[in-house]
Write a protein of this length. Sequence first.
Lengths: 217, 147
Amino acid sequence: MNNVHVKLCLLFALASLLPAGAGAQAFLPVADGEERVVRERIAEASREMVSLTCDFKQTKELSILDEKMLSVGRLYYRQANRLRWEYLSPYRYTFILNDKKILMEAETSRNVIDVQSSNLFQEIVRIMMSSINGDGLADIRSFTAAYYRGEGAWRVTLVPVRREIKKIFSLIELTFNTNDYTVDSVRMEEPNGDATFIELSAKQFNTGLADEVFTID
Amino acid sequence: MRYLLLISLYLSGVSCVCTREVPVTGALPVGDSGHLFRYQARITAGRSVITGLFVVKHARGEWRGSLINEFGIKAFDFIVVERRCRLLNTTPFLDKWYIRRTLGSDLAFLCAGGKPKGRRVERSAGGTVILTHEKRHIEYLLQPMTR
């Protein structure tokens, strides 16, 4: 009876692992010479992406609090330096980057700051914008890139070279789909093991986003 | 007997002054054990500004929290136990001994109270907390996030 119980437990454990294994995409290093193709396709898609509107789901792991924080929202991006990052749940919160100005707006507060007043902001905004439009791949001085191919997707892992960025991220992982060569997800790992995972979905390109979307009064 | 009365009045006066000067508890709400409080945060020091989401919870006699920016990138983690703050995983721009010392003592004061030492706390009915470190010209603005 004991033996049967153990076998049943094992079977159950294996069955519960199967969907996870089946859903996880396998990525293998790209063939020689393919790196250049990946870079060119992504750069081309980035150049053609005048604007982007999409949904995002952000999962933040915080080991110090033993919490996983899930947020969802909507992203609006327009070349060259316009970004609206709008959280809709669990809290409403809007972050707008309009060239050198930043607006942060919650239901009870509104703050406008200058990007140049914060080194941290400048660096992070640069990295985030690069992640959205794929420019990070061209920034060979700041990162060491490795390229992988999966089914219908490319994955690029960026390991920071600069000491200051290394202290913020240990790894940035960008996953691009091979339909339109744009970013589907971004995973940012921190040196202490915490990570932020952002998934983009329902993407719409070049819809002519109005200036009002990015207005900061 | 008259002297005893004067001494006791004097002592009660001193204790009143102490009560005003040394808050027993911090400026942040304790809530249920393990309840996570979220604030929109803005820390201003001269012309430098840090903004983001300030998350904090109190459990088993200690405060644990983190300041993360809008994209989820961390500025620092902290643990406050018995009015002492330990800063962890501090972003390089803040990882200077003098910043850590001031930031740590301000966070400890914010969470657990203590001697003001040139600090002033304002709390609004809506739950907004403003800590002003007058000596260092730093302001911590914490606005509760509402659903």
